[in-house]
Design a protein around this ligand. Structure first.
Ligand SMILES: Nc1ncnc2c1ncn2[C@@H]1O[C@H](COP(=O)(O)OP(=O)(O)OP(=O)(O)O)[C@@H](O)[C@H]1O
Ligand SMILES: [Mg+2]
Length: 375
């Protein structure tokens, strides 16, 4: 099969009509940029369509039509069309510094515009404690007085229902869902909606659809920060996130063992490929604290993440001890930061939260660029 290219996809857009001029989108000069990237099941397409605020509403069906059309092309895994108010800067000459790298407007996402910072919690391999970090980090940020959202991007293995102790279903108003309130934050997970196991059989495009809905059709409202609990490894969820929202950055969780196995490095690499800044590394299960005597044992030889972070040019954000009460609190659905805020574990997460908030406030704020018109 011949792979779709920006040029071939541009031709496809000639069958969509601009309601204002009556011309096709290409002839009307509305196709501002098309980007094609390889994905696991075909290419990922992003197209930006020029408009102004006055025409944005009329252009919305056109945007949807273009998106559907492109998504239906052979060899296309997923397509996103966004409305943009300005011409994309000639990349990478304009703004080609920092993390922006002259992002073309086509990459400017449409979802979660009211969320100031989106931070993914990720890792190169499974079971390192991402979900536990994500939950406690989110609760700790909320306890600092911030408006916090927590999104479970793990469609195949959602953790939030268990870790937050939530068994109720979100309320639906019209075509929008209201996130659940728990522990001072707003939370959404596919596990609130479908039975455990149902999502296990879904395929890539359905994962993308579910994740997009959890971002686009949920009443998140204005948030200071959204923490995203990522599934392990690299896959559809990572691509969808990178494609549909502007992420402030990623926090990579690793254990001392996986540092040795270079899994953390894989996590960092994945985000570099999708051009999401890596905020830094966290070492989880860093050392063991005996619950009886408080003695600290470095079972896996701790400190590897700090050295690895230095090697990768990423920041070392902190270390979380291996503690029995972190695990029992997580299993009981009462995050330790909320249920035992003065415990050693909670303090470690609070320190991490302060560091992350500090970090997103400084240097790595969302790159300025052409704004998306959303209404
Ligand atoms: N610092 C810690 N001390 C003790 N137990 C921990 C710690 N961090 C995580 N755990 C426990 O380790 C297990 C795995 O953690 P978690 O589910 O957060 O990992 P994960 O990286 O999200 O896994 P997956 O890749 O499957 O999504 C859980 O039982 C959790 O309670
Ligand atoms: Mg998890």
């Amino acid at each position: 099969m011949i792979e779709p290219t920006p040029a071939s996809l541009r031709e496809v857009l000639r069958s969509v009509t601009d309601p204002a001029s009556g011309k096709d989108l290409v002839a009307a000069g509305l196709v501002d940029g098309i980007e094609v990237r390889p994905g696991p099941h075909g290419v990922l397409v992003q197209v930006s369509l020029l408009t102004d605020r006055a025409h944005a509403q009329a252009m919305e069906p056109v945007r949807q039509q273009a998106e559907k059309l492109l998504a239906g092309q052979p060899g296309v895994q997923n397509a996103a069309a966004v409305l943009t108010a300005h011409k994309a800067p000639a990349a990478p000459a304009a703004g080609g510094h920092g993390h922006a790298h002259g992002r073309p407007a086509a990459e400017k996402p449409a979802l979660l515009q009211q969320v100031r910072h989106i931070v993914a919690v990720a890792s190169g391999k499974g079971g390192v404690g991402k979900s536990t970090v994500a939950v406690n980090l989110a609760v700790a940020l909320a306890r600092q007085g911030l408006k916090v959202g927590l999104l479970d991007a793990d469609i195949y293995g959602p953790s939030l229902p268990r870790m937050l102790g939530l068994a109720r279903k979100p309320e639906v108003r019209g075509d929008r869902m209201i996130p659940l309130d728990a522990w001072g934050l707003k939370a959404m997970s596919i596990g609130f909606l479908v039975d455990e196991g149902t999502a296990m059989v879904w395929r890539g495009p359905m994962v993308m659809g579910a994740l997009e809905q959890m971002m686009g059709q949920v009443e998140w409202g204005a948030l200071d920060i959204m923490i995203v609990d990522m599934p392990p490894g690299t896959g559809d969820a990572q691509l969808t996130m990178a494609q549909r929202v502007t992420m402030t950055g990623a926090v990579i969780v690793s254990t001392p063992q996986d540092i040795a196995l270079l899994d953390a490095r894989r996590g960092v690499k994945m985000f570099e490929q999708t051009r999401v800044p890596v905020l830094g590394l966290v070492e989880n299960m860093s050392f063991f604290c005996c619950p009886n005597c408080g003695h600290r044992t470095e079972i896996f030889g701790h400190g590897g993440a700090r050295a690895e972070a230095a090697k990768l040019g990423a920041e070392f954000l902190g270390e979380i001890p291996l503690l029995l009460d972190i695990r029992t609190a997580a299993d009981a659905g009462t995050p330790i930061v909320a249920s035992a805020p003065d415990s050693e574990g909670a303090r470690a997460y609070a320190l991490l939260a302060a560091r992350v908030w500090d970090k997103v406030q400084g240097g790595t704020a969302k790159a300025a660029g052409p704004r998306i018109v959303i209404s």
